[in-house]
Design a protein around this ligand. Structure first.
Ligand code: VJV
Ligand code: CA
Ligand code: ZN
Length: 393
């Protein structure tokens, strides 16, 4: 008996499509859709599905994808075939259209289905929110924040977040987009660059020459032309290696509460990329499951309609831990779930430690050096506060 019950009048919906998880970017590619299977199996093992409305989401239609993407791009995406032999990417192959077919965004079997399922789950989540049928809607298969209108980028082909936010904008005057993936949320920022109805905030590792995508400096805050309504509506929090839970939560809480105060969003879209966790194959931070989850908890406390998206996350066992803990926060049972993983959890041996909250030492052996001096964090808070003086609801 898990003791997990559904709080009266509080609705959480969970949107996924098991077909999505069967797709493969290639054996050694860091993006593993299977992490969604592992996450779900842990969520179900804890008994959380009984406290949510669970939906198998449909695939988004061509028309729905075309809400954001160009038809040229979608037509190509729908017809390209997987490459039988990997091509030399650096060799400026003229066939590399729309940035498709390189090593970051390979062509694989069922690519179009995979993309439309990810977008379908995000769109279903947005529609449940708009219909007032969910207070929090979860789409761990979404969160692919790098995709552009007519270009694939950084493991992302279709920008499900942009498509979901466009749906929210049909019902809500203002949407706050928050991105805690270790990478800059460039595709979402760019899509809403020229509007004051969406404020985008990304926390990320920033090193223009050595870390993807290289954008998202502190003073990249939207169009430089003051006449453009989007001016000041992009917030960027560039960080360095090794940031800790304590520092991250201080930044997150300070910055998000000030933004909510000034911008007065009517809904929040939170991208929960789990590559900001310690021990991630591509990440550089020292965040633990608790600190990552604290961001979700903080957003929930804002008492606004909330969508949780997935995103990056390249060490599947840690992705599953974070998204399980965050699902428990959404339904409000985080204080009741046991630190020891349920005995009957499928693939339990995949988790190495048998706990939901392994210590930094267990995850890393030796923690990554923290290169975020307190002075720098204060400068960031000051810059954002200054920026917000130009923002009004
Ligand atoms: O840094 C890059 C671009 C390169 C060119 C391609 N080579 C492989 C790497 C350098 C400049 N791309 C990043 C993309 C990160 C995408 C993150 C996505 C998200 O989490 O924000 C949201 C879902 C990058 N970093 C690491 C890799 N690519 C990488 C790609 C591989 C790989 C190992 C590392 C692709 C294939 C294989 N190994 C087999
Ligand atoms: Ca980010
Ligand atoms: Zn990422």
């Amino acid at each position: 008996e898990s003791g997990i019950t559904r709080p009266k009048g509080y609705n959480v919906s969970f949107h996924c499509n098991p077909e999505m998880e069967k797709h493969h970017f290639g054996v050694t590619h860091p993006m593993k859709p299977w992490r969604l299977t592992l996450s779900k199996s842990l969520i179900y093992s804890y008994g959380m599905s009984f406290a949510m409305n669970n939906y198998v989401s449909r695939a988004a239609t061509y028309e729905e994808l075309a809400d954001f993407h160009s038809t040229d791009y979608l037509d190509f995406l729908g017809t390209v075939l997987p490459e039988p032999v990997p091509r030399d990417v650096e060799n400026q192959n003229p066939d590399l259209r729309f940035n498709l077919g390189g090593s970051d965004c390979p062509l694989f079997e069922g690519l179009y289905d995979y993309c439309s399922m990810s977008a379908g789950s995000a769109l279903d989540a947005a529609r449940k929110i708009c219909a007032n049928q969910s207070d929090i809607a979860i789409a761990w298969g979404g969160g692919l924040h790098h995709a552009k209108k007519a270009e694939a980028s950084g493991f992302c082909y279709i920008n499900d977040i942009v498509i979901a936010i466009l749906e929210l904008l049909r019902h809500y005057p203002r949407v706050l987009y928050i991105d805690i993936d270790v990478h800059h949320g460039d595709g979402v920022e760019e899509a809403f660059f020229s509007t004051d109805r969406v404020m985008t905030v990304s926390f990320h590792k920033y090193d223009p020459n050595n870390f993807f995508p290289g954008t998202g400096a502190l003073d990249d805050n939207g169009p430089k032309n003051e006449q453009n309504p989007g001016a000041h509506h992009a917030v960027n929090v560039p960080l360095n290696d090794g940031i800790t839970d304590e520092q991250y939560d201080m930044l997150f809480n300070t910055i998000i509460s000030r933004i909510v105060e000034k911008f007065r969003p009517s809904a929040i879209a939170l991208q929960c990329g789990a590559d900001s966790l310690a021990g991630d194959r591509l990440g550089r931070f020292n965040l633990q499951v608790q600190g990552h989850g604290a961001c979700v908890e903080f957003c929930k406390r804002m008492n606004l309609p909330l969508i949780l998206f997935g995103g990056g996350g390249y060490t599947p066992r840690n992705v599953a831990r974070a998204w399980t803990y965050e699902t428990s926060i959404a339904i409000g049972c985080q204080d009741k779930i046991s630190d020891v993983l349920p005995q009957h959890t499928p693939w339990r041996d995949q988790f190495r430690q048998e706990t939901l909250f392994p210590t930094l030492e267990q995850i890393l052996g030796e923690p990554r050096q923290n290169k975020n001096p307190p002075k720098r964090l204060q400068d960031i808070v000051n810059h954002v506060s200054e920026q917000l003086r130009f923002v009004q609801a």
